[in-house]
Design a protein around this ligand. Sequence first.
Ligand code: NDP
Length: 327
Amino acid sequence: MFKGLLLTRSEDGQTQAAITEIDEAQLPPGDVVVQISHSTLNYKDGLAITGKAPVVRSFPMVPGIDFAGVVQSSTDARYREGDAVLLNGWGVGETHWGGLAQRARVKADWLVSIPGGFTAAQAMSLGTAGYTAMLCVMALQREGIEPSAGPVLVTGANGGVGTIAISLLAQLGFEVHASTGRLEEAAYLQSLGAKEVIDRHTLGSAGKPLQKERWAGAVDTVGSHTLANVCASLKYGGVVAACGLAQGMDFPASVAPFILRGVTLSGVDSVMAPMSRRVQAWERLAREISPDLLARNTETIGLGDAVATAQRLLTGQVRGRVVVDVN
Ligand code: NDP
């Protein structure tokens, strides 16, 4: 038996969450059983736990889209007992029982070895947010955006993806501008490497199809009007790596920035990203992340705090990352 957060749905469609004793025999099929030490709370976990969006596709469900721990048993030759592994995405925590528990059984194909130098807790200080931030940086670089092209913008700056994207881009030599609703956190964002901090409300409502050219690139975690205004404000040939929907799933934009300024909208998905790109992202994180970021950007909670913290996360009251020590 082990402890996990179990989501069920009541007859009136409400999601209910409770810490439950789970029998290992109840775990879904898979080749590898992982003894989880740490999971995290990402925005999507907040949506799943509170039931605010239909992230969970079948009930009962153990939420948690990422986890780290050691292999307890494996029928796949690639993994042996004691190996340190992590997992991001693949529908785990949505369609397959996830990381907010002390055990998970998953496909070996979904696992990544924790890169040397990271503990499980450090790997989860990055978690899906950090891995996605790196995928966004890689997308900008693939499209040829270099520091000499001009400033880059990060939206949702105080969130998990935002804080890590700021730090990574600043380390690479970019002039980073950060858009936030929490201007009181400006000093923190500057300590991560942001040169300018702007009020997110300046980007949050309908704007002109083409605006003053401000940024060579952007990492957008917000979507909706913000993404439309970011596209309209990119310099000629600019690129935005779009990964999120914290403001909304809509995209009320015009084609003007694409056809008149050659702007590129580069979509970033972490869930089904191919293994080669995942491994590259994690290896780059191990090399490039500033070691002191992991501790100061992370709040660690227990499983018992996950529900209350999920609510705080969705109302924008969490700064940086939340790691869940499931033991
Ligand atoms: P967090 O909750 O940690 O951060 C989201 C941030 O967005 C908040 O801190 C806040 O920043 C800002 N924000 C919140 N509400 C609004 C709003 N109404 N309007 C504008 N900004 C808002 O989430 P994550 O960093 O974990 O994820 C960010 C986004 O990226 C989410 O939408 C998530 O679903 C998505 N995502 C997508 C992935 C993919 O594979 N495509 C993978 C990982 C995340 P501030 O207070 O600074 O304004």
